[in-house]
Design a protein around this ligand. Structure first.
Ligand code: ADP
Length: 298
């Protein structure tokens, strides 16, 4: 089956742009590239696609602005950089989208916006309202004020949660790499790009081990986990290189770029997806020896 059939005319898309794509080697924002991605998103919108953007890059932008070369380890320092960088990032997005007469909105979310059902539904309604008005929601984790234990933790996972939030058909994760390779290409020159993953098994998870780039946070492991999540709610996922010319348009046209993790026919309901990934489990199930035996023999 070709890409076009596999994507089945996807119209609702979440695009996640990683730090390694948004920033230059010195950490400053790569305005030329962001401009091109914004132009592509606007073309998709003109063609009737519905697009939400999950954008990293705030800490990187803050580092670039303040001339800091090393990503700080101290939380409050990182948060301060995110607070500085988020403004610069949104300012840039606003200017670039304005040039196409497009209005943007900023949503800074944290774990609690997904785990609390009432808050989740409220964010869902806000997103629906923005999208119905043709506005592009730009979403990031609320890093400056949320403590680590209350965070989603990485924007790959956040983008999979957003895919559930807006019932996306497709999640595109743009990184600094062409897709998933059978081993880490920065360590192995003979690594091969995989264009299609039908099933995410242990073998696939193992390929993604290892860390990402200097400024990125998740590496491939969080992207695979995001694919696992997204596929369950019927959202296909493509990991592709944000630096490839016209990458979003190529994806929308069904070209064989990046790695596609195709969603199967089976899908969780929106509520079950929320229970699986949004809700935080409280309490514990205690199974005594007798019950354990009964379960094992049953
Ligand atoms: P982003 O900032 O876009 O989220 P990351 O830097 O966190 O990106 O992750 C992408 C990086 O993951 C790649 O540049 C590569 O070095 C690394 N990586 C590790 N294993 C693999 C693999 N099997 N295939 C592709 N990239 C891999």
């Amino acid at each position: 089956m070709g890409r076009k059939e596999l994507l089945g005319g996807a119209k609702r898309i979440v695009v996640k742009i990683g730090t390694s794509t948004l920033t230059n080697a010195d950490g400053s924002l790569n305005e030329r590239l962001i401009k091109s991605l914004v132009a592509q998103i606007c073309k998709l919108k003109d063609a009737g696609f519905c697009v939400a953007l999950v954008s990293s890059g705030a800490v990187g932008a803050g580092m670039g602005l303040l001339g800091i070369a090393q990503r700080p380890k101290i939380l409050s320092r990182k948060q301060a950089l995110a607070a500085v960088g988020q403004v610069a990032l949104m300012h840039l997005y606003e200017r670039l989208f304005w040039a196409h007469d497009r209005i943007i909105a900023q949503l800074l979310l944290s774990r609690g916006d997904f785990s609390d059902r009432a808050r989740y539904l409220s964010v869902r309604n806000v997103c629906a309202e923005l999208l119905s008005r043709g506005i592009v929601p730009i979403i990031n984790e609320n890093d400056p004020v949320v403590a680590d234990e209350l965070k989603v933790g990485d924007n790959d996972t956040l983008s999979a949660l957003v895919a559930g939030l807006i019932d996306a058909d497709l999640l595109v994760i743009l990184s600094d790499i062409n897709g998933l390779y059978d081993k880490n290409p920065s360590e192995h020159a003979d690594a091969k790009l995989l264009s299609f993953i039908e099933k995410i098994d242990e073998h696939v998870v193992k390929m993604a081990g290892g860390e990402g780039s200097k400024f990125g946070t998740g590496g491939m492991a969080t992207k695979i986990a995001a694919a696992q999540m997204a596929n369950q709610i019927g959202t296909s996922l493509i990991i592709a290189n944000g630096r490839t010319d016209g990458i979003l348009l190529k994806i929308a046209a069904g070209e064989e770029v990046g790695t596609l993790f195709s969603a199967g026919a089976a899908r969780l309901s929106s509520r079950k997806y929320w229970l699986a990934y949004g809700a935080i489990s409280k309490g514990a199930v205690i199974i005594d020896a007798g019950a354990a035996e009964a379960i094992k023999s049953g």
